[in-house]
Design a protein. Structure first.
Lengths: 438, 469
């Protein structure tokens, strides 16, 4: 108990340092952070009977060993910036390492003239404080990681703000790279996207480790899609396997909007990802897709929620996991259809491919339906690769290991196909292949 | 449609009547150690049972309500306002002639003696806490089949009873299994000797007559090697304004190669909290099939389970739930695979009418080091009215080698085209709806013995009445 108290004290100490350095920041920001830290301190750690944490390993959630203090710029800055190039084109880029800005590629003058805002959080606090005040952390956190969301709010120092005004359509993605470098360091990636009426935008984000040291990442992505807006968001997470990661994603889809969220999860020792699609306007469509390739003792814990609170809405979820060695995955998803959300079409699919007999796949697909005129379904399957499939390839001279690999690539293609940027999809393929080689 | 109309009139409140209470034994209101002592004294139970009950009471008191995942409606149960033991007599009668008139009248009205003559191999009828009647046809008894109330079995066959009692469902399994273990009374005990195949079903009928009452029957069925048995249970109660509690524990043991089919048609009145723990152990090559229909009650929480303990064992749950206004059918299945090449199948169909809510909750567990296990789960939900509600919460864990699990669930309403098609052919909207719903569950009702599937169809028609238009 004493040790725990001590650890809490050290986090509080670091928080005090953090807030002291914010004396030039807007007052609301300082208040918000202080309140968030108190909420973090007061919130209990997930308990044994907490349904949102069912099957999850709650022992690995201790934050005692992490250092929340500020870090020096990594020595390898140039190399990190150079490696932060995963897309074929970009409309703007932000590169962060240990919460500090390494590179900032602005949006083109043309876009700026149209009113597009692409800014680091640090800059946004100075120039767009009112916008942040309205939108920052304004989506509900309701999938179990409330405590960690408060921690994020308390310590978040940097991140990306993207604002697309009414009617502006942009093809090339805005890219954001979050590196963690320091040993036992903690990063708090933040992505806030506000797409106004009938705008169109895509975003690519990558979470990466510079080295092999243990670290903590606690990130939040919030997307706001206005009437008729289209947002396409892809997150590639490839931290080293010493990292503890939390990623809290949420989107609000307005009338006739279209939101797509893709995730590629490769790294982390223990990764908890929460994704909430809030479908609030009629005619809206939300896609949520994810792939995870896990090995060794990795645990990937995915919680999703599709909330339909307006009629004539559709959502589609596809989460695919391939598990090697002693890896463990949890998929827990819920489709919630409110009484007023008639004529909803909602689907949820979880596919788990077991590549070893010691891997463990947990699946908790759920439905809560209060409207009657709906089409909702979920499906979950878990199995190994069928003998016939392997046999087919063996018969064509492909060795067993290679055959297994090929089948896994094919298994993931369904997700990778949906990543629009060709180079980004290819990068994901390379990461997957490398993981097989290792 | 006039024929159906008359059938409907007969059945609507078939179970909704009560006879005057005349209990010789009454443990009073509320639960304490004294209640447990009273039950032990009245029944003349040995000390190991008394200790067992008292330990269970402690466990019950120590366990919180499972409201972190279950319905908050559970909090409306006041355990201190319930009567835990009411009985007229300790020993069940072998002939209907010896059964007290008002009790006999009750069961006659429910058609039990008639069914017994027609198609049953044995019948047990429980009235509040104890069995009033228990009989088995001579031909079946001759083979060594034991079928009696569990109170009697405890006295007459302690060697078999003690060996299996509480082994499939330990006291501490959940709060309500602990409660049952503390105050259990009644229920059936069945033992089928090796190789005996009981061709006709054995039936138990559970009746609650008294107000503010809790029925806690305990059923234990052991099917020895290579034997087969079908057991059916039905339940009704009159409707009271106050809550009635029914919390049973049912344990099945299927020895190698045995087959047990357990059929429940639950039609409790809409003030009954029906919180039942049912589980089976299936040894090598054994098959256990739960067929579970939940039509009545206020809140039912019941997840029949099979622990697949022997190689190639098979477990099945076929479940139909119908939730009408004021009802919550929280049902499901548990399949715990514990040996290689075990298979399980869960098919659940639920219908929510009016403000009814139906929930499927399932668990499939395949631990590591197992090979070649398969599970198939299908849950379909039908929503009739705009206020109807349905939920699905399965939990699936898979490890091991060559295991295959698939789960599918869908939610839909009756298609407008279907209804239109039938209306065009002269059916009213309500008739068309009723026909569609019966079609929806037809695949499952076909699995039932004839008499039950007819009964079930009628019950569904009744519940559907007035739900549209």
């Amino acid at each position: 108990m004493e040790a725990k108290q001590g650890a809490n004290e050290s986090i509080r100490f670091e928080f005090q340092n953090h807030i002291d350095q914010l004396n030039t920041a807007p007052e609301w920001w300082q208040t918000f952070k202080s309140q968030s830290f108190e909420s973090y301190s007061n919130a209990p750690l997930p308990g044994r009977s907490d349904e949102n944490w069912r099957f999850a390993n709650r022992k690995g959630l201790s934050l005692d060993t992490f250092d929340f203090g500020p870090k020096n710029l990594p020595a390898t800055t140039d190399s990190l910036v150079e490696q932060s190039d995963l897309t074929s084109a970009q409309s703007g880029r932000l590169v962060f390492a240990d919460n500090q800005t390494l590179a900032y590629n602005q949006a083109s003058q043309e876009l700026q003239d149209k009113g597009v805002i692409w800014s680091s959080l640090q800059d946004a606090l100075v120039h767009h404080s009112d916008l942040l005040k309205d939108y920052f952390m304004k989506q509900d956190i309701d999938l179990g990681s409330e405590k960690f969301a408060h921690l994020h709010s308390a310590f978040v120092a940097n991140g990306a703000l993207l604002y697309i005004p009414k009617g502006v359509e942009i093809e090339a993605p805005f890219c954001c790279y979050n590196w963690v470098d320091a040993q036992d360091g903690a990063i708090f990636p933040h992505m806030l996207v506000i797409a106004e009426e009938f705008s169109k935008v895509s975003i690519a984000e990558a979470h990466l480790s510079a080295g092999n040291e243990p670290a903590l990442s606690c990130g939040v992505t919030h997307l706001f899609a206005g009437v008729g807006a289209k947002i396409d968001y892809t997150l590639i997470q490839n931290f080293n396997e010493q990292t503890l990661g939390f990623q809290i994603n949420s989107n609000i889809a307005g009338k006739d909007s279209e939101v797509k969220m893709n995730s590629v999860n490769i790294g982390c020792h223990h990764y908890r990802s929460e994704t909430h699609g809030q479908i609030k306007g009629s005619g809206a469509h939300v896609d949520m897709r994810s792939l995870a390739l896990v090995d060794a003792d990795q645990e990937i814990d995915q919680r999703t929620l599709q909330t339909h609170s307006a009629p004539h809405t559709t959502s589609n979820l596809l989460f695919k996991n391939a598990l090697m060695q002693n890896a463990k995955t949890i998929f827990s998803g819920l489709i919630k259809v409110d009484e007023c959300a008639q004529l909803t079409d909602a689907y949820q699919t979880n596919r788990n491919l077991l590549l070893s007999n010691t891997a463990e796949a947990n699946s908790l697909p759920g439905l809560e339906i209060e409207a009657n005129d709906v089409k909702c379904s979920h499906g979950a399957t878990t199995s190994e690769i069928q003998d016939e499939e392997i046999f087919y390839m063996l018969a064509r001279g492909i060795p067993k290991e290679a055959a297994q690999e090929l089948i896994v690539y094919g298994f993931f293609e369904e997700i990778l196909d949906c990543i629009k940027d060709g180079k980004l999809a290819e990068t994901a393929r390379i990461i997957i292949r490398e993981k097989f080689k290792a | 449609m006039t024929t159906t109309a008359t059938q409907l009139d007969i059945d609507r409140d078939k179970g909704n009547f009560k006879v005057e209470e005349s209990h010789k034994y009454d443990a009073g209101i509320g639960l304490s150690e004294a209640t447990v002592d009273y039950i032990c004294d009245v029944k003349g139970e040995p000390d190991w049972i008394r200790d067992f009950r008292k330990r269970a009471l402690k466990v019950f008191e120590g366990k919180p309500m499972p409201t972190h995942w279950a319905s908050k409606d559970l909090e409306n149960i006041d355990f201190q306002k319930i009567r835990y033991y009411l009985a007229g007599d300790q020993r069940a009668k072998r002939s209907w002639d010896d059964v007290p008139d008002e009790v006999k009248a009750t069961f006659e009205r429910l058609g039990i003696p008639e069914n017994e003559r027609k198609f049953l191999a044995g019948v047990e009828a429980q009235f509040d806490s104890e069995a009033a009647y228990s009989n088995i046809k001579d031909a079946v008894a001759k083979d060594g089949v034991i079928f009696m109330g569990s109170t009697d079995a405890l006295m007459e066959h302690p060697e078999i009873f003690k060996k299996w009692f509480g082994k499939v469902i330990p006291t501490g399994d959940n709060k309500f299994s602990a409660l049952n273990s503390a105050v259990f009374s009644g229920g059936s005990f069945i033992y089928i000797p090796p190789g005996v195949k009981v061709s006709h079903p054995l039936q138990a009928y559970f009746r609650i007559n008294a107000e503010n009452f809790g029925q806690f029957e305990r059923t234990l069925i052991i099917a020895d090697e290579g034997s087969e048995v079908t057991y059916m249970e039905g339940c009704t109660a009159p409707k009271f304004d106050t809550a009635t509690l029914h919390s049973a524990v049912v344990e099945l043991v299927a020895m190698p190669g045995a087959k047990i089919e357990y059929i429940t048609v639950q039609n409790w009145s809409s003030n009954v909290f029906n919180l039942v723990t049912k589980r089976a152990i299936a040894h090598e090559n054994a098959v256990v099939k739960w067929i579970d229909c939940n039509i009545g009650s206020r809140l039912t929480m019941k997840y029949p389970g099979v622990v697949l303990k022997g190689r190639k064992a098979r477990g099945e749950v076929l479940s139909i739930a119908l939730a009408n206004d004021g009802q919550h059918q929280d049902t499901g299945a548990k399949m715990i695979h514990a040996a290689d090449e075990t298979t399980s199948n869960v098919i659940s169909k639920s219908i929510s009418v009016g403000k009814g809510r139906s929930t499927y909750r399932g668990q499939v567990h395949i631990p590591k080091h197992l090979k070649g296990c398969k599970n198939n789960t299908e849950c379909d939900a039908l929503l009739i009215n705009s206020e109807s509600r349905t939920d699905t919460y399965p939990a699936i864990t898979v490890r091991g080698d060559k295991n295959y699990v698939q789960h599918e669930a869908s939610v839909s309403k009756v298609s407008a085209e279907q209804i239109f098609y039938m209306q065009q052919r002269g059916l009213s909207e309500a008739e068309a709806m009723s026909l569609s719903v019966n079609g929806f569950v037809n695949e499952l009702t076909r699995e039932f013995p004839m008499e039950y599937s007819v009964e079930l169809k009628r019950l569904i028609e009744l519940e559907m009445e007035g739900s549209v238009g």
